[in-house]
Design a protein around this ligand. Structure first.
Ligand code: P5A
Length: 438
């Protein structure tokens, strides 16, 4: 993409209502624009990152055996009356009436809807287990939408629902999702810690939240440091292994968020291993048995010929929240530092002398070669000053910036800067391309 053809509306001033780094940076870098409290337009740069995160989430769901589908955003109130949640959900639910005075709502989650769909098609245990998911916008009329996309009202969620014959099988599905979440967050460059969690309005008695550590996090997290290290990047878990032991290992050490915190159990951890920090909840998984299959009479015929209620769980990832969460975990005083796996462009190209035949030639050559290699570069071909170009590139946080200037061109080199480390190297065009694409 050539910058002069792109739409990158940067803000010069940090908006005063943005109090945390990710919110400020997303606005300044032209990733989002607020339309109403907790409701955002995803501008091209933000949209690209959102889609890249969504794709990683999707690939890891597919790898775990979940099947993608798509349910609507608008639901009928009937479904929620059937489960008893229509009243229980309270003012967080955006209630709508259509022209025929029918009660509708903008879905905050889809347990009811999918249980209903499932129960109208599936009759036999032979069709189980099944895990189905969609990636769809949700609406929750949060009392205090804040921190930009991190606590929005309209937000993108990946939600999976598992259907099993027995509680033991349901536990296997839960474990699969648990492991899929570890792999997903690892690919996103995040250290996510599974903590025991309350189940709130979703229900059930087995639940884990996945939290990433950040000072701006909304919840207090108490954990054993060894657990935090266990979830470090670079650890892909194979589904062929013993998943229960992986889950056991990740849940054996102490980790809890505010509500589930047990001060005595925490105090029993050796002092140097005790970690008290703030965290952002990026995922939440639930096993709730027959809470929804019961009201929807979702039964399958078992091997013994008898009908039994299906055992269910649901598993959420805050896809749009992750955009902010990743920035919270990865930025510096100059801007965002994207992990390569989600960066909106693979590299930036800065031409310091647009209009100079030699600089243009080298920059075009780089642009062609990096594009061909699939790196999806962003070429700053604008007539702005060098300083403006450098700080803009730092702000939007692409993993590498390659600078083409008259002096370097004379010497046959370009300068490659690593955004994360700040290291610079002078390389020939060929060596620069090899470094970035190798
Ligand atoms: C699990 C999937 C559920 O809704 N039903 C379907 C279950 N869980 S949850 O914890 O309530 O939400 C799942 C994830 O969605 C993100 N999230 C939000 N993101 C941005 N703004 C919000 N207001 C918001 N609310 C929830 C979180 O990442 C959460 O873990």
């Amino acid at each position: 993409m050539r910058l002069t053809n792109y739409f990158l509306p940067l803000l010069k001033e940090t908006p005063s209502d943005a109090t945390i780094a990710s919110h400020q940076l997303m606005l300044r870098a032209g990733m989002v624009r607020q339309n109403a409290a907790g409701i955002y337009t995803w501008l091209p740069l933000g949209h690209k990152v959102l889609k890249r995160i969504e794709q990683i989430v999707r690939e890891e769901q597919n790898r775990a055996g979940a099947i993608e589908m798509l349910m609507p955003t608008i639901q009928s109130a009937e479904l929620w009356k059937q489960s008893g949640r229509y009243d229980a959900y309270g003012p967080e639910m955006l209630r709508i009436t259509d022209r025929h005075d029918r009660e509708m709502l903008f879905g905050p989650t889809n347990e009811e809807m999918l249980t209903d769909v499932f129960s109208s098609f599936v009759r036999s245990y032979k069709d189980l287990p099944k895990m189905l998911y969609h990636i769809q916008w949700k609406f929750r009329d949060e009392r205090r939408p804040r921190f930009g996309v991190m606590r929005g009202r309209e937000f993108l969620m990946k939600d999976t629902y598992s259907f099993d014959l027995t509680p033991e099988d349901a536990r296997k599905s839960y474990n699969k999702m648990f492991v899929a979440y570890l792999n997903t967050f690892e690919r996103l460059g995040l250290k996510a810690i599974p903590v025991r969690a309350e189940t709130g309005p979703i229900g059930g008695d087995l639940s884990h939240e996945f939290v990433i550590l950040a000072d701006s996090g909304e919840s207090a997290v108490y954990a054993d440091r060894d657990l935090v290290e266990m979830n470090a990047p670079g650890t892909d878990i194979d589904f062929g292994g013993d998943l229960q032991s992986v889950v056991d290992q990740r849940t054996a050490l102490y980790a809890a968020a505010d509500e589930m915190h047990d001060a005595d159990a925490f105090a029993a951890i050796p002092e140097d291993k005790r970690m008290e920090a703030r965290g952002i909840e990026v995922g939440h998984i639930f096993y709730f048995g027959t809470k929804y299959s019961e009201p929807f009479n979702a039964k399958v015929q078992g091997p013994d010929g008898k009908p039994s209620l299906v055992e269910m769980g649901s598993y959420g990832i805050g896809v749009s929240r992750l955009v902010g969460g990743i920035i919270e975990a990865s930025h510096d005083e100059n801007g965002i530092v994207w992990p390569a796996s989600v960066a909106p462009f693979g590299a930036g190209i800065i031409n310091l002398k647009v209009g100079d035949a030699e600089c243009d030639g080298v920059a075009e050559e780089l642009y062609a070669k990096l594009s061909e290699a699939g790196l999806d570069p962003l070429y700053d071909d604008s007539s702005d000053r060098g300083g403006v170009k450098f700080s803009r590139m730092d702000l939007i946080g692409l993993p590498y910036a390659v600078t083409v200037g008259p002096r370097g061109v004379r010497d046959g080199v370009v300068e490659v800067k690593d955004r994360r480390t700040g290291e610079r190297e002078s390389l020939s065009v060929e060596a620069a391309v090899a470094k970035l694409t190798g």
